[in-house]
Design a protein around this ligand. Structure first.
Ligand SMILES: C[S@@+](CC[C@H](N)C(=O)[O-])C[C@H]1O[C@@H](n2cnc3c(N)ncnc32)[C@H](O)[C@@H]1O
Length: 435
């Protein structure tokens, strides 16, 4: 059994807190024993006074060595071996998870001494205390909160207190990392969705996402911890490279918005179109004449053409159509998951200056919200096999490859396209837009 004795002027408060919940149950199961001791009970004066003026003058009072020593001696007398004694003090070493581990696994009995007033007579510390621990670089009125924090952090690492080691092995500070963000039900709360990967059921992907979030958090919030991390494994190096790329993206001018395109946007759209053609014509997805102004005008007339604006400027465009696509019925080398209404993404491009900025992710998010808003449960898209950027983007958003389809293409050019689909999670009309 692991023992903790706490010397304090407020034994009831400390005892009450430490006998609640997990630590209370561990004491009932005899895994732990936490006793509190009233320092005043070890005085020899009628008033049970434990403090006196500081030698040398100055404000306040000091806890005297003698009552502390008597209390400490009384506790020690109950055990065969002198317990490891800790004085909680702002002058001590700052407490860390590594200290909690060391105290839980290398000791089986602690005495925690809570100071009060201006502090404790140094001679008691010199004679009885093995180490001084601080809760942080601030000053509390007494050592009780610090003692409760230390006792709690140590006790939960004592074998048997938590149901299994996994409970604390994945937590912040276990291996130098901060924990990833956590989510629970419902999947949408106040219009905020949980990260999509968490509902895929793909455990490897979820683990990867969690590790990446942990590394990111540690880097952003605790550069001191980040510097000490060993991220030399191949997998971590890959995550780091991904993070580097993401963090070096230029910030998108705000607000980022999605709206129906208007004829006035056509000039801006054409600039982006030419940038996209420089990439897509050589691989055969688009050609010099397609898409053209007329295609966008036709999309606009049907109310299917959208622009993404960043800080008021057009940064990308796409067409989203809820009309069935002719070539899709004749899918080969696979099949669609369901014969249900779907929306199709066509003719999309992002301005070259905003590639890699996250705007393409916003575009996919906007397509999903628009389709969901129409009560449509499926999103489909086709792309050229050589268009790796598009396939990377849609796969990242959970689209799955379903087979090949044929599209209208100029004579002599490749008309086969890889067909992808995604099941939308909330195909409800008028879902709140958090784009
Ligand atoms: C008001 S404080 C005394 C501070 C002391 N005069 C000083 O300047 O270092 C009274 C008691 O609260 C406890 N205490 C205050 N801040 C603490 C901290 N950061 N960590 C642990 N214990 C603390 C100590 O037991 C201390 O003796």
């Amino acid at each position: 059994m692991y023992h903790i004795d706490i010397m304090t002027l407020f034994p009831d408060t400390v005892g009450d807190v430490l006998s609640e919940s997990i630590l209370g149950r561990a004491q009932e199961r005899d895994i732990l024993r936490i006793d509190t001791h009233q320092i005043r009970d070890y005085t020899v004066n009628k008033q049970k006074q434990v403090d006196d003026y500081p030698y040398g003058g100055g404000r306040g009072a000091v806890l005297q060595a003698d009552p502390l020593y008597r209390c400490w001696e009384h506790i020690c007398a109950r055990y065969d071996k002198r317990p490891h004694t800790i004085f909680l003090s702002p002058c001590g070493k700052t407490f860390t998870q590594a200290d909690a581990k060391r105290l839980a696994w290398e000791q089986d009995h602690l005495i925690l001494v809570c100071g009060h007033y201006e502090g404790v007579d140094q001679r008691f510390i010199d004679e009885c205390v093995d180490e001084e621990i601080s809760l942080g670089d601030f000053v509390l009125t007494g050592g009780e909160i610090a003692a409760m924090a230390v006792a709690d952090a140590v006790c939960r690492l004592v074998p048997g207190v938590l149901s299994d080691a996994e409970c604390f092995e994945n937590e912040s500070h276990w291996d130098g990392l901060l924990e990833y963000p956590q989510y629970s039900r419902p999947a949408v709360w106040h219009g905020r969705e949980i990260p999509e990967v968490l509902s895929t059921g793909d455990h490897a992907k979820i683990e990867r996402w969690r590790r990446k979030q942990s590394i990111l958090r540690t880097r952003q919030r605790r550069p001191d911890l980040f510097e000490k991390l060993d991220l030399s494994s191949k997998a971590d190096q890959k995550l780091l490279a991904e993070l580097e790329r993401e963090l070096s993206r230029p910030p998108l001018p705000q607000p980022v918005e999605c709206r129906l395109a208007q004829e006035l946007d056509l000039d801006d759209m054409e600039v982006i179109l030419e940038q996209a053609k420089a990439l897509l014509v050589p691989i055969g997805q688009w050609n010099a004449d397609y898409p053209a102004r007329e295609d966008f005008l036709a999309d606009m007339a049907r109310g299917e053409c959208y622009v993404l604006t960043c800080g008021g400027r057009v940064g990308g465009f796409f067409t989203l159509s809820a009309r069935p696509e002719e070539g899709y019925a004749a899918i080969t080398d696979g099949k669609w998951s369901a014969d249900e209404p779907y929306a199709v993404i066509h003719r999309c491009a992002i301005a070259s200056q905003w590639r890699g900025s996250g705007l393409a992710d916003r575009m996919i998010g906007a397509c999903e919200e628009l389709a969901s808003g129409l009560g449509i449960g499926w999103l489909r898209v086709d792309t050229h096999k050589k268009n790796k950027a598009m396939q990377g983007l849609i796969r990242r958003h959970g689209f799955q490859y379903r087979g090949n389809v044929l599209v209208d293409a100029p004579p002599g050019s490749d008309c086969r396209r890889a067909a992808y689909e995604k099941r939308l999670r909330h195909p409800l009309p008028n879902v709140k837009k958090n784009f």
